[in-house]
Design a protein around this ligand. Sequence first.
Ligand code: PLP
Length: 384
Amino acid sequence: MADNNYKLDTKLIHAGVVPDPTTGAIMTPIYQTSTYVQAAPGDHKGYEYARTQNPTRTVLQNALAAIENGTHGLSFGSGMAATDAVMKLLQPGDEVIVSNDLYGGTYRIMTKVFANYGIKFHFIDMQNAQNVSNFINANTKMIWIETPTNPLLNVIDIEACAKIAKANNLLLICDNTFASPYLQTPLDLGADIVLHSATKYLGGHSDVVHGALIVKDAALDEKLRFIQNSCGAVPGPHDCWLVLRGIKTLHVRMQRHCENGEAVAKYLRNHPKVGKVLWVGFEDHPNHAIAKKQMRGFGGMISFTLKDDSMDAALSVLKKTQLFALAESLGGVESLIGHPASMTHGSIPREERIKNGLVDSLIRLSVGIEDISDLIKDLEQAIG
Ligand SMILES: *Cc1c(COP(=O)(O)O)cnc(C)c1O
């Protein structure tokens, strides 16, 4: 099918998928094979060895490209493997400007792995995108953003960053894990590479670890594909199949994540023991205008602080929830609760954390798609 003639809700189900040529199976088979038989050396059906290509992966990659409005998709064994591949576009001496509120693992791979290879990272506040310009020099190669940010749910103006990137010949990478293509499509706003931890909303069922990159430029795709094939961080076909299956319901899940997220955010905001509620849908959210401009909804990710801003107060809430499971990760059908300071962001030094607003009592919710009254009852009994 001509994938780009369809609306997102149709692409999520059909893009990239063709009936299996040998049996007509409507759902893409799991091609559990490491190699492919050739008629004569070089005479094959486009598949030689499964690190390089796998038919289940090909279908997923085409679907990913279509739903992010890109031309090429690449699937990886994890979101971090996708990040690792992008970092390998760089050389010693290169510099990257990064949003300062970002996934802990991304901060870690930059500061603890790639900094050792002579790459320099500037972690800066990008709520005013113009701030990026202050850090550009002759060595700068990339701008790396995550929006909405994790866990503080700030919003970064993708289009403004893209303009700065274009003007200075830099690549703009946008981690779109939190929003998913249902809520925003960064390539349409000028980003060069969209990155996903498909472990989260794309997979959607907390049953697979997977990463993805989507681009709209054949030369960039070729560089990334070369890195992927050389370094080997490929996913297995069963994992590709799970993500492909998850994607088919992204729109209906996201719709409910947004509805439930809004209800929980409003409930928390009126709670006497709750301090700040961070949710991009509030009109008085400092970046709400940008969110409205670039997002089609506000999602189910919420962070909040307690008036008693202590680790103990937060830990007591975490201990008491029954439906909200205490776990890392996000974006699955089930609601999760987490404590960034001691969990996902434990690797960021405390002063650095607090300076950026990630205080001790901050609790992060990934609001799932259960019945909303049950979710609110659970929070009610846990916060007290
Ligand atoms: C989880 C996550 C990652 C890392 O992905 P993995 O699949 O866990 O390797 C990167 N970015 C964001 C925003 C994430 O939430």
